[in-house]
Ligand binder design. Sequence first.
Ligand code: ASP
Length: 368
Amino acid sequence: MRSSILIIYTGGTIGMKTDAETGALVPFDFSGIYDEFPSLKRLNVDIEVLSLSPVIDSSNVSPDNWLELARLIRDNYARYDGFVVLHGTDTMSYTASALSFLLENLRKPVVFTGSQIPIGVLRTDGRENLITAIEIAGAQRDGRPVVPEVSLYFQNRLFRANRTTKRSAEALNAFRSYNYPPLAEVGVNISYNLTAIRQSDGFADGLGIATKLGNPPDALRNATKLGGQSDSLRIATKLGNGLALIKLFPGIEEAVLRAMLAAPGLRAVVLETFGAGNAPTSEWFIRLLEEAIARGIHIVNITQCDGGSVSMELYETGLRLQKIGVLCGYDLTTEAAVTKLMYLLGKELPAESLREAMRKSLRGEITV
Ligand code: ASP
């Protein structure tokens, strides 16, 4: 069966080509995609292209762009079998993680990709990334999409998007997923790791059915409860603000940390700690965190290490944090921790519900 794919171009290196006259890099017009890559016609897919206006370098991406992308996917959801989002690599893991939360009850592929070398340069990695991402977005088995989640394809590997992180400004295999296996490996064939691919688990995707946003209609709730499938995609329309990301280092000073935690409007902190979630046990350090938590600020403990998970019971230095109410971020990436908190803060949940949701895997972002 032929699939129809919508490519959403947001900007970044993948969209550049060399101007024949001036030799400068200029944006590539993706609407002429078939002229540029006639071989795409051989794929069993129909392609349409939409560009954000204006296109952006991904260093300028904002939560508003994420909400806009979510709306675009929702508005086009019924018309396409899958989506490919072309994005600058610098913040692709943030955007892709954010989308994994914003798109609730997703049952179609949304594949992010980009490139390290512009698509119009001879040695580009963009051509292969683009073509394979399209093929993955259109892949179906028994009439169902093979990868119905938000993923990121780069250099022969497909990853769960909210497990990825950009790890190299140079290498063509720029992305890694340290704590979750690839969803597919690409060689001569595309070999899907079917047991690793997530199938949506129903309405609101693990957030609990009753949120402040209201209950889903009964029919929908019953269909989900009975194991039936609802095809309706919902999107979150708000992301919360007031977030800080604090990376610990030996020698961090009391006055500096106090100033950070006293920032006006602060609602949540992603705290990057050492090893398995350890931090200094100095009285001033613990007191500052404790006071912040008492003021209603959520503090989530994630590790600075690339791989592995936070386990606060392991050492005295982690246990102190647990006792004062610091939340365990398990093996969340920084990108997923930041965007998950924005998503949950945007729902204006009661504090205990937010804490509970942070402990749960909503979109396969943590191993619990
Ligand atoms: N600065 C570019 C961006 O992230 C880099 C890239 O696309 O690889 O938009």
